[in-house]
Design a protein around this ligand. Structure first.
Ligand code: ACO
Length: 322
């Protein structure tokens, strides 16, 4: 049996930090409202000339160093993002060239906040098929560039960053189960109204910003994430008690607490970064994983459940032994 196993992780956060108090000066909000409704205290924001691929390169270097991997070892790249540098080439292709990785399949996965889970799941299949020996998988987002900074309903939620993992085949248990899902009936609850083939003329205007019906997103997220978390454990044949860590998408502390509750998991077993990172969409899970591994909480051999939920809606999970 071949498993996909994490060999190293890394993350990059832009230098600029925006606290809730900074946002109080921009929109009609308070630190207290943001903290109690979302759990966010601060978030990082890219510089105007900084791109998603810039962040990916830095996160990838950290993950490659942690895994002891050189550019020439990598034979597959998958990057999950909703905020690519360009419509084409995809970010993975830009990163392949910038890191000096020899020509290899380089794919972009676009599933909103679930993009990293989609990317890792895809790579897992290639590794299990014996076609890939060392993959770079990243979730990255420049989402502050999509935010309307005059809309208090959305601008307080998001932040930028990139999280990277190196994965390799192993005979030791690694990824045990993956689950992906999407249901476009919810498309109007959370979306960005401009695309390459639709309403491109709105790009750069006030009409181009994140559209969100927050309360409804919240309800569906809590329900679907709870379901998929239980489904992951059930299909792997493991009990709730066996789970060492939940590494959830960091959208909102209340959504995270609700998922932990469905798993009967104390919050001490949940990696929470939402207070420092905000919702970094596709970057949130790999960055939280990196935080948990680097500070020594998540240890080799432990059972870790990663999950995410985002626009579409899309949702998914990866259950693995580190
Ligand atoms: N500061 C102060 N007041 C605010 C702010 C703000 N930043 N934003 C909204 N309000 C006001 C609203 O206008 C409303 O006022 P009103 O009652 O006078 O109309 C009041 O606060 C309550 O708003 P609600 O929408 O009821 O607040 P709620 O408790 O639902 O929290 C929130 C809003 C935080 C957006 C929540 O619904 C949520 O987290 N939803 C999930 C959305 C999400 O996470 N989206 C991210 C992308 S998807 C994902 O990653 C899962």
């Amino acid at each position: 049996m071949i498993y996909t196993k994490i060999a190293g992780t890394g993350r990059y956060l832009p230098e600029k930090i925006l606290t809730n108090f900074d946002l109080e000066k921009i929109v009609d909000t308070t630190d207290e409202w943001i903290r109690t409704r979302t759990g966010v205290e601060r978030r990082h924001a890219v510089a105007p000339d900084q791109t998603t691929s810039d962040m990916c390169v830095e996160a990838a270097k950290e993950a490659m160093e942690a895994a002891g991997v050189a550019p020439e070892d990598i034979d597959f790249i998958a990057i999950g993002t909703t905020s690519p540098d360009l419509i084409f080439p995809n970010v993975a292709t830009l990163v392949q060239h910038r890191l000096g990785i020899p020509a290899c399949p380089s794919i972009g996965m676009e599933a909103a906040c679930t993009s990293f889970i989609y990317a890792l799941t895809t790579v897992d299949k290639f590794i299990k098929a014996g076609e890939v020996k060392c993959a770079l998988v990243i979730g990255a987002e420049c989402i502050t560039k999509l935010v309307d900074w005059s809309d208090r309903n959305t601008c307080v939620l998001f932040g930028d960053g990139a999280g990277a993992v190196i994965v390799k085949p192993s005979e030791e248990p690694g990824i045990l189960t993956t689950h992906l899902c999407a249901d476009g009936q919810y498309k109007d609850l959370l979306y960005y109204p401009v695309g390459a083939s639709n309403q491109l003329e709105k790009a750069g205007t006030d009409e181009a910003s994140i559209m969100m019906t927050g309360k409804e997103v919240f309800k569906v997220a809590v329900s679907k994430l709870g379901d998929i978390a239980l489904q992951a454990l059930e299909s792997a044949g493991v009990s709730k008690e066996e789970l060492d860590w939940l590494v959830p998408h960091q959208a909102n502390i209340r959504i995270i607490q609700a998922t932990a509750k469905r798993l009967d998991l104390p919050m001490e077993k949940v990696i929470v970064t939402v207070q420092d990172h905000g919702n970094t969409s596709a970057a949130s899970v790999p960055m939280a994983l990196d935080v948990g591994i680097r500070d020594g909480r998540i240890k080799p051999g432990q059972l870790v459940l990663m999950e995410a939920f985002g626009g579409g809606f899309t949702w998914g999970s990866v259950l693995m032994r580190l």
